[in-house]
Each structure stands twice: as C-alpha cells, then as structure tokens.
Design a protein around this ligand. Structure first.
Ligand code: PEP
Ligand code: MN
Length: 347
C-alpha cells in the first residue's frame, strides 16, 4: 500500500502517518520527491484499513498495490486449481460441459433433458428447483420435489447434479440432494448466502452478478473461501450493457482476466448471456477458444412448452452440433473433454 501525500502536506503530517503505521505493527518507508512525498507501507493491509489513512490531514491518496481478495488470488496460489464435482474435474487440462433444463418441471422432461445433455458431451447435469425469478408471478420452481427428481435422474444417468440455492435457510436441504451448489447472478452479493455455502462443504458454482465488476465477483468468491471452502468455480454469464439485441452481453474477456487474477476455474454460460438459442453454439465455441474451463448450457426436449427460458434452450437438432464442437475443440486447446461418471447400478 502506498500513501501519496498532498503537495501542501507538512513534515508533521508525514510523521503522523509513519507513527500510526508503526503503532499498528507495520513498516513505513518515506520517499521525498520534488513535488510530493510518498510513503510505502509494509505489513498487514487489513490492519492499515482500520487507520482511516485517506481521511488524515495531508494525505492526497492511498493506493492499494496487492489485490483485496487473498484466498482466491494467484498472488498466494500461482497454479490454477482443478475442482472436482462428483469425481468430474473442472479446471486446466479439461473442458467440462454442464447441461440440462433451466428448471426442473417433470421427471420425464428432466430425464429427457439429461439424455440430451449426455449426448452433447455433458458430464454434469444442471437444473433449477428453486428459481430466482424477476417476476413474483413467474414459475418459482418445484422446490424439494424438483431436487428429488434431480436425484432420481442422477441415479439413472450417472450425471452429478448442479442446482441453485437462493437463500441461506435452504442450503442444508439443497446440499442433501446436490453435488454442486449454484449461486445465481441475482444472489452474487447476498453475503449471508455466500457465507452459508462457504460452510456447506460442497463445491460452489458462483455466477457473476450482471452488474458486478470482476473485482466484486472475486470478492464474492472470497466470502465463500473465507469460510474454508475453496471448491469454487466462477461462471461468466453476461453483464448488463446498453445493447438490447442480446439479453446480456457476454464479457468474453472476463474469462482470461479472471483466470489471470484468480486460481479458480472459470466457465461460461452461453445460454443466459445471449438469451437466444441461435447464439448458444457460437458463444460456446467462443468460450472454449478463449480458454474457458467449461460451459453451462440450457437444453430442453420441448422448449415451446418450457416453464422458464425456453427461448435459449437447445433442442434435439442442436445436440449433434454441440457434440461435434465438444469432440474437436477441447483438443485444439490442448485439453480433453471431461467424462461423465458411470451410473450406479443397484443389484
Ligand atoms: C440459471 O442458471 O438458471 C440462472 C437463473 O442463471 P443466472 O443466475 O445467470 O441468471
Ligand atoms: Mn434460466
């Protein structure tokens, strides 16, 4: 951290800052220029935060040199992490496809979507049982009945389940069925939810808030990590811009930026970003080409009858093309496609 003194700062102002820092257990190195004096601070940066340095007399600016997210940053953990979900790896070396319906509607619809997902190359099944809908009049999800359907479909297909949790009170319930907890774009700054999933002992898929900067997204991940859970996968799902042709604007550069700043895997949601079926394949290719560790895609056996997000769901006729992308593009990027575990056979 560097304190830049204002041009009119006096020697007493400089001495006050140096004393404050030393009393807080840090070191302060004063460097005098022709117009300005700067003070370099070494020590516990969080401790310096309590000194209110910016509001002290004679201080012009306080500049942070290290990143504010420690546990998820590459400063302290240079190599990129691989997170396992039900044995399926997400991270460098592989491309992982998560696919399934936006929301669980019926056992038949979910199993049909899971079969489409598998045929497309997916190794994890997505599906919402608790849906954070913009309108209170829209379908809110089946709740626990939906989680039960997901668990049945996992047993039948072998695909581990990724599903959203929208409030701290239902974390235990969702954990009892899910292999990975999804925190959605609308919940990215629900700090009590982040802490609850951080304590839950399950991998977390953390979507980027639609209005969040990359730093805010990584600070949200830090909340989870701070509770002892580093099994976090970041998901870029589009941000709000002035553009109306797409539902959100996929911030493709967020993928390499987040991968450079954080050791956590980064995947892309080409469905919720574009909000249009015809964009899902192009955005999936773009995601893999930019180096994403995977994608999460909506598929539905009958999108016209879908209770949520039918416009962006891939249909049967798209699956062959997605499978073709998945059988070629990971190798071009020096990766392999993550494979689904075998279904558990009872008997
Ligand atoms: C979802 O994946 O079902 C979802 C609601 O996504 P997002 O939070 O990105 O809108
Ligand atoms: Mn959706």
């Amino acid at each position: 951290m560097v304190v830049v003194m204002a041009p009119e700062a006096t020697q007493t102002d400089v001495d006050t800052i140096v004393d404050l820092v030393r009393t807080a257990g840090g070191e302060a190195f004063v460097s005098r220029g022709v117009a300005r004096t700067i003070i370099g601070l070494v020590g516990d940066i969080e401790q310096f935060g309590t000194l209110n340095l910016r509001s002290r007399t004679g201080v012009g600016d306080v500049v942070r040199i290290s990143v504010p997210y420690k546990l998820v940053s590459r400063e302290n953990h240079p190599s990129r992490s691989v997170i396992k979900v039900g044995g399926v790896p997400i991270g460098p070396g592989t491309v992982t496809v998560i696919a399934g319906p936006c929301t669980v509607e019926t056992p038949e619809q979910t199993v049909a979507a899971a079969r489409m997902a598998k045929a497309a190359g997916a190794s994890l099944l997505r599906g919402g049982a608790f849906k954070p809908r913009t309108s209170p009049y829209a379908f809110q999800g089946l709740g626990e009945a939906g989680l039960k359907i997901l668990a049945e479909v996992r047993a039948e297909t072998g695909l581990p389940v990724v599903t959203e949790v929208i409030d701290p009170a239902s974390v235990d319930l969702v954990c009892s069925y899910a292999d990975m907890l999804q925190v959605g774009t609308r919940s990215m700054q629900n700090f009590t939810l982040l802490q609850a999933v951080g304590s839950a002992g399950k991998p977390v898929l953390l979507k980027r808030g639609m209005n969040a900067t990359i730093e805010e997204w990584l600070m949200a991940a830090e909340y989870i990590a701070q509770r002892g859970n580093l099994d976090i996968v970041l998901c870029e799902r589009g941000i709000r811009t002035f553009e109306t042709a797409t539902r959100n604007t996929l911030d493709i550069s967020a993928v390499p930026v987040a991968q450079r700043l954080s050791h956590l895997p980064v995947i892309v949601d080409p469905s919720h970003s574009g909000g249009r079926r015809d964009l899902v394949l192009p955005l999936s290719r773009a995601a893999i080409a930019v180096g994403a560790d995977g994608i999460i895609v909506d598929v539905h056996p009958e999108p016209a009858a879908a209770l949520c997000d039918g416009d962006q769901a891939l249909v049967d006729s798209d699956i062959r093309e997605l499978a073709a992308v998945m059988s070629t593009m990971p190798q071009l990027m020096g990766r392999t496609l993550s494979q689904a575990p075998q279904p558990v056979t009872v008997g």
